[in-house]
Design a protein around this ligand. Structure first.
Ligand code: AMP
Ligand code: ZN
Length: 140
């Protein structure tokens, strides 16, 4: 897609520190890393959010994410990882091309768990919300 930074990285029009590539997915280092080895994993095809990605690519992108974790663990001796997607504008997504963040974590690095990104507990009880969700057309 024109004017998409990540499509330009895919096309080689913008430089990146690429660390892994398949026919449909690439991974490169974040330009403004929040941890050593902070990496992004993206589909080469321009989709904005996860639900726009076809199932086969959703499997592939997760497989590549696993490989990237293995590479970061071996090279940087990471103790753990935080894997996250800002999946849409309201979630803080700024670049509208789906990207999985792989953040190496180290003992005592002062970071917080992923639960710390939002504090908006529901007013309804959990079983009521579950009932609502199970009624959707997508339910198996
Ligand atoms: P988000 O807010 O989820 O859209 O995050 C976009 C991420 O892309 C940020 O972590 C940026 O530091 C990163 N980023 C932006 N431009 C580049 C670039 N040219 N190469 C690598 N990472 C980038
Ligand atoms: Zn794009």
């Amino acid at each position: 897609m024109e004017n998409c930074i990540f499509c330009k990285i895919v096309d080689g029009k913008i430089e990146s520190e690429k660390i892994y590539e398949t026919a449909s997915i690439i991974s490169f280092l974040d330009i403004n890393p929040k941890a050593p080895g902070h990496s992004l994993v993206i589909p080469k095809e321009h989709v904005e959010i996860l639900t726009e990605l076809e199932d086969e690519l959703a499997c592939e992108i997760f497989k590549v994410t696993k490989r990237v974790e293995e590479m970061l663990k071996e090279s940087l001796d990471a103790d753990a990882f935080t894997i996250g997607i800002n999946d849409g504008k309201a979630a803080g997504q700024e670049i509208p091309h789906l990207h999985i963040n792989v953040l190496p974590r180290f003992m005592g690095n002062g970071g917080k768990p992923i639960h710390s990104v939002v504090k908006n507990p529901p007013k309804e009880e959990v079983p009521k919300i579950a009932e609502k969700i199970r009624k959707t057309s997508i339910s198996p």
